[in-house]
Design a protein around this ligand. Sequence first.
Ligand SMILES: Nc1ncnc2c1ncn2[C@@H]1O[C@H](COP(=O)(O)OP(=O)(O)OP(=O)(O)O)[C@@H](O)[C@H]1O
Ligand SMILES: [Mg+2]
Length: 311
Amino acid sequence: MTAAIETEDLSRRFGARLAVDGVTMTVPERAVYGFLGRNGAGKTTTLKMVLGLLRPTSGAVRVRGLDVARQRLAAARQIGALLEAHGFYGNLTGRENLSLTATLLGLGASEVERVLEVVEMRRDGHRKVGGYSLGMRQRLGLARAMLGAPPVLLLDEPTNGLDPDGIADMRRFLKSLPERTGATVLLSSHLLGEIEQVASHVGVVDAGRLVLEGELARLKADLAPELILRTGDDTRAVTLLLAKGRSPVAAETGLTVALRPGEDPDQAAAAITRLLVEGGAPVFAIGPRERSLEDIYRRVANSRQQQAEAA
Ligand SMILES: Nc1ncnc2c1ncn2[C@@H]1O[C@H](COP(=O)(O)OP(=O)(O)OP(=O)(O)O)[C@@H](O)[C@H]1O
Ligand SMILES: [Mg+2]
């Protein structure tokens, strides 16, 4: 099956700086692909090359099989995008701004109303964009990206400037989009928690390099399982666990204990509970810890460090 987006050894240099360094990524059709990286990691630069707005120094991009260098317009027509700089006209209303794009795409007024409705902006559509809040501009940007229902949505930090309700709405919306419309979503973020809540797939970019890519569920499952527990006496609990050869680690919400290879989580929880209770440390809660993207990130960093030390 053709991927929604594929890059092949994609690089972009700005002077001496290699902003994107040999990125080969695959965004499957109908995925919500979270493109994760710190500030300056190269997310926006990559997205601009996917859109054909920035020419790669080397490498290639294909959007639904269309080569962006050779079939730029056909490829661009597959994508609706929301980038950092919206480029709206402040002295025009939200509706007028969308109408400009709709006209370029050969779409009518009803499509403008449809996308305004989707982002719940119909009531503010008559106001000038110059008077919009950051969150309203962001919603309008999403509405514009969706004009004509393109098969691929490319969203650079889409929850920027949204309030908690707006973020929750956006997440729900993006997450359900592939199932409802068959679309593919590529969204960038520097927030692990953000990506974790919406994405089916993840790509992690660090200093221009794609250091990890895959299905989120599989990446999580690959990590060694852990239990998390809350006790009435952590100091005592730690001593008891250490004496049994376990290595508890203090976490924000309690103590975490890694399972031994092949150990059953339920059996381990029962054994640890018995150990602590008999040893005088009451156990308030114990259970498997949900692995987060933070764990994945840390593991990548660790394995790279080990590689560097071995080299
Ligand atoms: N037009 C440009 N000229 C020179 N350097 C640039 C240009 N655009 C980006 N860079 C540099 O390329 C690197 C990657 O930038 P990019 O904007 O792609 O990062 P990002 O991952 O989107 O970061 P953020 O989370 O802050 O948006 C940075 O070091 C940045 O300074
Ligand atoms: Mg950026």
